[in-house]
Design a protein around this ligand. Structure first.
Ligand SMILES: [Zn+2]
Length: 82
């Protein structure tokens, strides 16, 4: 089963290595998640730029969803920031 089309990433949060909250896996893919803006503006979160970053565990598939830019992704093969 191949649901991930890109090389996996290592994720860091403000410089700390991030691991999956479910399985403690360390490799992820990412996907931009569009937010439904009506509720976000009601909650005064329009600053969030109307999308969030989904960081998806390649081991268990759990989607960790982030607003803002604290999360950083690194190509696990090259070590380059994504
Ligand atoms: Zn996982």
């Amino acid at each position: 089963m191949t649901v991930f089309e890109r090389a996996p990433y290592v994720a860091t949060i403000n410089g700390e290595v991030f691991r999956c909250l479910v399985c403690a896996g360390g490799l992820f893919t990412s996907r931009t998640i569009k937010l439904n803006t009506a509720g976000m503006e009601f909650l005064d979160l329009a600053w969030a730029n109307k999308s969030s970053l989904g960081v998806i565990c390649t081991n268990c598939g759990y989607v960790h969803e982030f607003l803002g830019d604290a999360v950083q992704l690194w190509d696990s093969a090259s070590g380059m920031r994504v």
